[in-house]
Design a protein around this ligand. Sequence first.
Ligand code: BGP
Length: 478
Amino acid sequence: MGLKENFLWGGATAANQYEGAWDVDGKGASVSDHCTNGSHTTPKRVTPEFEEGTLYPSREATDFYHHYKEDIALAAEMGFKVFRMSVNWTRIFPTGMEEEPNEDGLKFYDAVFSELKKYGIEPLVTISHYELPYALVEKCNGWYGRECIGYFVHYAETLYERYRDQVKYWLTFNEINSGTMPMGAVLSLGTIKDFRGPVNEVPDEPQIRFQALHHQFVASAKVIALAHEKYPEFKMGNMSLFATKYPYSCNPDDVLECQKQMRIMNWFCSDVQARGYYPSYMEKIFREKGIVIKKEDGDDEILKEGTIDFYTFSYYMSVCESTDPEVLGKVGGNLVGGVSNPYLKASDWGWQIDPKGLRYTLNEIWDRYQLPVMVVENGLGAKDELTEDGKIHDDYRIDYLKKHIEQMKEAVEDGVDLMGYTPWGWIDVVSASTGEMAKRYGFVYVDKYDDGTGDLKRRRKDSFFWYQRVIESNGEKL
Ligand code: BGP
């Protein structure tokens, strides 16, 4: 059977981690621009004012802004059919609140899309990927403020009108469900008014986060409904961070706990976005957490009208859930909580590698929604070494991706309607969780380092040539 003939092979990036040029041609500051660098052991910090002498890695990132032609040529050389990117909200509306868009910002994406077209590469655009205007944090505590909905709709409409002939595939919010976790308050929801400090010390405020998420659901549904009404050629997707969970043991208590955590973390947001209403299981969970969602008249209708056409997600790892205090005390989890799985190995950043989990997840998603699915992020963040002759032998990355593609193919055999695959950070970008450059995912190496040095030269890693062959053979030659 194999993958579809028109399978969308490509790679993924986000403006805040890739573009740089943070204050060029009228761009305003986003939440990411206010984040310092960190590492696996030292969390990055948010600073409301910019500190003299501190490194803010998103500012230059790996400078797609000035390298887009070269980078798109590299993507084309690998045979990309699709190019996942995001638009930097503050390049179009520097504070998020302007009436008129910044023409220079719009022109940049005109140029990017026409370059992609030159090579027959389809853009896949995330409208909001951790790039909330910082001015909206100050004005209304980010997405906690209902007025964000209006600003976002105006922004999305501006993009639709301008790029209607260039862009067909859109995702509304990157990893919208990261707002269910405390750390989602920073990059995803921007509910950090007056907060300063390490990102892992951001206060855990479920009432605020889930209210902010409600505003994102309404905003997402509004722009999806608008697209369906005015731009019927558009295909609109969600984007969820899928952190697959297994019960740590077959103790029914663990199984039930796992089901609950799967619902809160992995299903809740996409249930709303795919089905058009809040799932009934959340009522009890909200009660337990003392959360009351304030809805306005008409919100329920909006959610119903704005459901997605296809389902996308990021997949890096899985984790286990346990109720046993002894296990909980002994076995640490990873970024997404839980406890680690004794059958799996982890990356240097503690993310547990689980290719079969991808097959399992694809099947679960397909069974639940019966919508076309796309894996829009996956990959191994690892330290790469440059050899003396400027090569990067990243066989560990090839091994990771190969095993995940194998499992995607199994899922297709299982009957999943899989549209495409865009591994994360196909070219090295700044890490979202730590702000590091050392955590690299790319097929293309960028000479840029954690102290801010580097001349931004691009180099093809071994995985570059491997992926080129994978695409050429439509996934047959792994
Ligand atoms: C996802 C984000 C991306 C990306 C990726 C890898 O959560 O959508 O923006 O960065 O994870 O994470 P990290 O960069 O922290 O390794």
